[in-house]
Write a protein that binds this ligand. Sequence first.
Ligand code: 2BA
Length: 149
Amino acid sequence: MVSSINDRRRAVLQTPISEHMISAEKVAHVQAGNYAGHALLVLTKSGYSAIPVLDSSFRLKGLISIGMITDAILGLERIEYERLDSIEVDSIMDGDLPEVYVHDPFEKGLDLLVNHTFLCVTEEDGTFAGILTRRVMLKEFKKYIYTTP
Ligand code: 2BA
């Protein structure tokens, strides 16, 4: 019994991330050359606090959050909203993301999701493929815990 549970656990941990991710077409994103004002609009309308930044070839460039935008337009005495349409997203985004590929095992995602709310997943050439979120990961665990005899 113990060994069959261990086998099942190992099997889940080894499945490729592509089987668990939210695919690219369902993920809100902005382009690197977009202005901060447009990014703020997409973030506000989608309801997400951070979304991926892609280039015109759909390659992953970074991540932009509401906090990064607010920080960029913070003046000495006030928030300078008029700067929203002069700052390009790629000058304020976080471009230092962990590399996660579609063929990586779910186990790698699990380790990284301890410190990230979601992970951007790419093909080998950097083309954006989707995201792996904490929500999806926790749902997988719930399924696994309740269905394991
Ligand atoms: P947050 O936007 O900070 O969202 C935190 C959690 O709140 C989400 O966890 C989700 O459970 C819930 N939530 C927020 N906005 C939602 C919405 N519009 N619809 C449904 N649920 C919503 P996770 O699902 O684990 O997502 C973790 C992070 O992944 C999100 O952080 C967001 O930054 C990003 N994300 C998730 N789905 C996305 C999508 N379709 N497009 C772009 N980014 C997404």
